[in-house]
Write a protein that binds this ligand. Structure first.
Ligand code: ZN
Length: 243
């Protein structure tokens, strides 16, 4: 089975569409949350995800914030403005879809767990270093856990009680053998690793391998829509640089 694994679309429709086109025919889509927040097209992105066959989609912190399920004190000023703007845009259908998203899923195919941030605190915790990753490995039972939230593509591998960080290179399949793994596909709608292109991966469940992909999309189009919506300037600018 070929599974498209992605996270953090953040209401960026051109990035989402570019990714879906680039991936082509897949057997399933696993979306790790934050479909909305930051970008100009929350309802359109929810509708796109909802319409995909065989799609599993989690809740992320921005989804919860837009639903009023998280305290806005935890967001910086720009993120807070974007959350409030998003909250005002959401249709009842979009709200309902986001309300129904689970915090965590698994085991899938006996081998995989899904969480937005981490298996320990799915909505909020960032796994950015090997120490946090080591703790996270104690909070799921499967061989592999996919997480998003940091918008940075990364693979943490646990072998003989040691965690190593592997920075994945696009288009080179990585077989997930010998050990356990926490795998982050990077961000679709707001990458933060210095590469502005949308990031995602394709999981081949037979080979148990992941192949990362980067896809260019019309960034200026999203930026124009964000200017029209009067979203924060810093958020509009960062899309050009991928930070
Ligand atoms: Zn996010």
């Amino acid at each position: 089975m070929r599974v498209l694994v992605c996270s953090d679309i953040h209401a960026n429709l051109p990035a989402l569409d570019a990714m879906l086109e680039d991936a082509g025919q897949v057997d399933a889509v696993w979306c790790l949350g934050d479909v909305v927040g930051y970008g100009p097209d929350p309802n359109e992105c929810v509708a796109r995800i909802k319409a995909l066959p065989e799609c599993l989609c989690l809740a992320g912190n921005h989804d919860w914030a837009a639903l009023g399920k998280l305290d806005l004190e935890n967001f910086n000023a720009d993120a807070r403005r974007a959350v409030i703007w998003t909250r005002d845009q959401l249709t009842p259908e979009s709200r309902q879809f986001l309300e129904e998203r689970p915090e965590r899923l698994g085991p899938l195919g006996e081998r995989y767990t899904l969480a937005h941030g981490s298996p320990r605190y799915p909505i909020w915790e960032y796994i950015l270093d090997t120490r946090t990753a080591r703790v996270a490995f104690d909070h799921f039972d499967t061989q592999v856990c996919f997480v998003g939230h940091s918008h940075v593509p990364a693979i943490f591998r646990l072998k003989s009680e040691q965690v190593e960080l592997v920075l994945p290179v696009p288009d080179e399949p990585i077989v997930l053998n010998e050990g356990r793994y926490i795998v982050n596909p990077g961000g679709v709608g707001q990458p933060r690793d210095g590469d502005p292109r949308a990031s995602y991966l394709v999981l081949d469940t037979e080979a148990n391998s992941v192949t990362y992909r980067r896809v260019a999309y019309p960034i200026e189009e999203v930026q124009r829509r964000m200017i029209e919506a009067r979203l924060p300037v810093r958020m509009i600018a960062r899309l050009s640089y991928g930070w």
